[in-house]
Design a protein around this ligand. Structure first.
Ligand code: CP
Ligand code: NVA
Length: 309
């Protein structure tokens, strides 16, 4: 069974196949309306169950459109409306029922342990739609967007991350190993990536460059990525954390250190880590980035359902 939990666990050959499939599918959508089904209706009759324990706009909608455009259907559950969320039913029994009624399960949760427990008991594929440790569907889609805009393999580009060391960055670090691209990170010393993730990269012969100076991180960048300083349910002193990041704001000046044609990407939602001038300016491709998630989710579903050719 093919789960999609962490990019670490997925072969690079499969990740590239997913991107290639998404490219083909995107091209085929040119003349189709939002809910029209792709030729051949490849996931006809399949049900994707989605469960959110945290807020979501893009992930929820992109998976909805993805499964619909492949000919299947979806239902969205809120865990607090289930017995599970009230402590009235185990993960094991819930997983058994999900596997009986559905064909795939997408989970957004505050607990990596929960993702792994579901994986243990499900007999259908599970997709991680964001957990504390990673956001793999986002980052795979971002690689698709980078290659689409830059028209070259990401392995030939300098990627820069300015911001918090969070789930999205963890997946970007993992992707830098899998896709062999150069990654420079700019963040305050106190908010550097966890040792476990940098040690994993090192073990895989990857040097990640980390600077506590955003300008150094931005030098020669082809792409600058960022994300909110405060993630959903981040249990930190928000005021202190924002102060720690005050010199890490992404503005026009920072782009002077990057390559002339450097682009800006952000998974959204945004906070005040980026100026409006950059976010809404001509270097920003954030809306294209968000819309591409539909195409990549489709190919992730094809992979999980064993239909990717
Ligand atoms: N980028 C992203 O995952 O957005 P949502 O939290 O709205 O799903
Ligand atoms: N790092 C953010 C990503 C949101 C899509 C969070 O976890 O809230």
């Amino acid at each position: 069974m093919k789960h999609f939990i962490d990019l670490k666990d997925i072969k690079i050959k499969d990740l590239k196949r997913i991107i290639l499939d998404a490219k083909k599918r995107k091209k085929m959508r040119n003349k189709l309306n939002t809910l029209e089904v792709d030729k051949g209706s490849p996931l006809k009759g399949k049900l994707l169950i989605q469960m959110f324990e945290k807020s979501s706009l893009r992930t929820r909608l992109s998976f909805y459109l993805a499964i619909k455009q492949l000919g299947g259907g979806t239902i969205t559950l809120r865990s607090n409306e289930l017995h599970l969320g009230q402590g009235g039913e185990s993960i094991a029994d819930t997983a058994k029922i999900l596997s009986t009624y559905g064909d795939g399960f997408m989970l957004r949760t505050d607990s990596d342990e929960k993702v792994n427990n579901f994986k243990k008991y499900l007999t259908i594929p599970i997709i991680n739609g964001l957990s504390p440790s990673s956001h793999p569907t986002q980052v795979l889609s971002d690689i698709f967007t980078v290659e689409e805009i830059k028209k070259k393999s990401i392995s030939k580009l300098n990627i820069c991350w300015i911001g918090d060391s969070n789930n999205v960055l963890n997946s970007l670090i993992t992707a830098s190993v899998k896709f062999s691209f150069r990654l420079k990170i700019g963040c305050p010393k106190k908010f550097q990536p966890k040792k476990s993730i940098t040690a994993w990269a090192k073990k895989n012969n990857k040097k990640i460059h980390i600077y506590d100076n955003p300008k150094k991180a931005a030098i020669d960048a082809d792409v600058i990525f960022s994300d909110k300083v405060i993630s959903i349910n981040d249990k930190v002193n928000k005021i202190k954390k924002k102060i720690a990041f005050k010199d890490f704001k992404i503005n026009k000046k920072l782009f002077n250190f990057a390559k002339k044609d450097c682009i800006f990407l952000h998974c959204l939602p945004r906070g005040d880590e980026v100026s409006d001038e950059v976010f809404l300016g001509n270097k920003s491709h954030v809306w294209q980035q968000a819309s591409n998630r539909v195409h990549v989710q489709k190919s992730i579903l094809m992979y999980c359902f064993g239909k990717l050719r």
